[in-house]
Design a protein around this ligand. Structure first.
Ligand code: PLP
Ligand code: COI
Length: 354
């Protein structure tokens, strides 16, 4: 297959919605930009990507996405610096991970050039939508799903790859209180937990609703086998600081290989912090909380950036985290966002200029 993109076709919107947006008051992911990128897969090949006005799509009711959930997605952000330069953060990691997810769901992989050229063309047309306000960015949602028809339970022969964008503020609005889950599981060995498959999230909604009804914001998933090990949260990888050591679970079949996670591991090591990538039990965390050595817990992800956890619930009991003046969460958040917004040297070469 020819994997170079000669031209991305661009059809501009006749009017813009941008004047209706309060860029000083952005929530997460609720307002979309004027355009979207669309690329169709037909007859065994991806067609030329197109940037078109943002619009609804029409699908046959027998499209396999509706019945068999063949759908994967990514989450990334574009950042604008004070000189109006636009930056992405490790975009090729998202491109690669989208294909890792696609492969697991029997969805055809997207060539790097289609992903990057389509994305760049979209961001060029919608660059006015990239917020410059502190703590805000343009959330980018690439996704691929099965449009092919028929009720036969087999992979579709047609797909759509779309990229849509939403100027966004913080994912969580206040303190994050989590519940350590012991009954439900997010994923299992040999399953699709490592993929950003839409169904992984659907499966989390009900247990998360139960947790929200008890006053928590998110569930912390434990391993499906014993429920003894801490794995990750609904939309974030988890870091735990005991004394001065920062611990995070190794990735596996069951855990998403987060780009924020792996960047924070590098940054923490660069700060001289002792980082341990190892399995960690709920018991160890509860003990550390009881004996005063549990210093911090935080979630890490593109949408959530670094979200400090204020308390966790386990077996009907809540455990509060101390409020620190000098937390690893604050230090690492500054390090990573300074790179993302082009405020600091990028010694790892993660920034990607548009
Ligand atoms: N874990 C899950 C389940 C997620 O949905 C996300 C969000 O993308 C993450 C972790 C964090 O991954 P990343 O840092 O690549 O955004
Ligand atoms: C992201 O952090 O980009 C995610 O995909 C999380 C999402 C489920 C909101």
């Amino acid at each position: 297959m020819d994997t170079s993109v000669k031209n991305v076709i661009v059809e501009k919107a006749k009017t813009s919605k941008i004047d209706q947006v309060d860029f000083n008051n952005l929530s997460f992911g609720s307002i979309v930009t004027d355009h979207m990128m669309v690329c169709d897969y037909k007859d065994g090949a991806w067609e030329t990507p197109k940037v078109v006005p943002y619009q609804p799509i029409t699908l046959d009711p027998s499209s396999k996405i509706f019945h068999y959930g063949q759908s994967v997605f990514e989450g990334m952000k574009a950042y604008k610096d004070t000189d109006n330069n636009v930056w992405l953060f490790r975009p090729l990691e998202n491109q690669k991970r989208l294909n890792i997810s696609s492969k697991r769901l029997a969805i055809p992989e997207i060539p790097e050039a289609y992903f990057m050229e389509g994305l760049k063309a979209l961001l060029k047309v919608d660059q006015q939508w990239i917020p410059q306000t502190e703590g805000s960015s343009l959330y980018i949602r690439p996704f691929v799903f099965a449009t092919g028809k028929g009720f036969h339970a087999s992979p579709a022969n047609e797909y759509k790859f779309i990229i849509a964008c939403a100027p966004s503020g913080p994912y969580f609005s206040g303190k994050v209180k989590v519940l350590i889950e012991e009954k439900y599981s997010r994923s299992a060995n040999g399953g699709v937990g490592f993929a950003k498959a839409g169904g992984n999230y659907a499966g989390q909604f009900y247990p998360t609703q139960l947790a929200v009804a008890k006053g928590y914001n998110q569930v912390i998933w434990t391993d499906d086998n014993s429920h003894e090990y801490i794995e990750e949260a609904g939309a974030m990888n988890i870091f735990i600081r005991i004394n001065d050591t920062l611990i995070t679970s190794p990735t596996s079949d069951r855990i998403l290989d987060g780009i924020t996670r792996k960047s924070l591991i590098e940054l923490a090591k660069d700060e001289g912090i002792n980082v341990e990538v190892r399995k960690i039990t709920v018991k160890e965390v509860v003990e550390a909380s009881k004996n005063g050595t549990l210093m911090e817990m935080f979630g890490a992800g593109t949408a959530a950036v670094i979200s400090p956890i204020s308390a966790f619930g386990f077996q009907e009991k809540d455990y509060e985290l101390p409020e620190l003046d000098k937390s690893y969460a604050a230090l690492l958040k500054k390090r990573i966002t300074d790179i993302q917004y082009n405020r600091a040297e990028d010694k790892f070469g993660w920034r990607y200029k548009l």
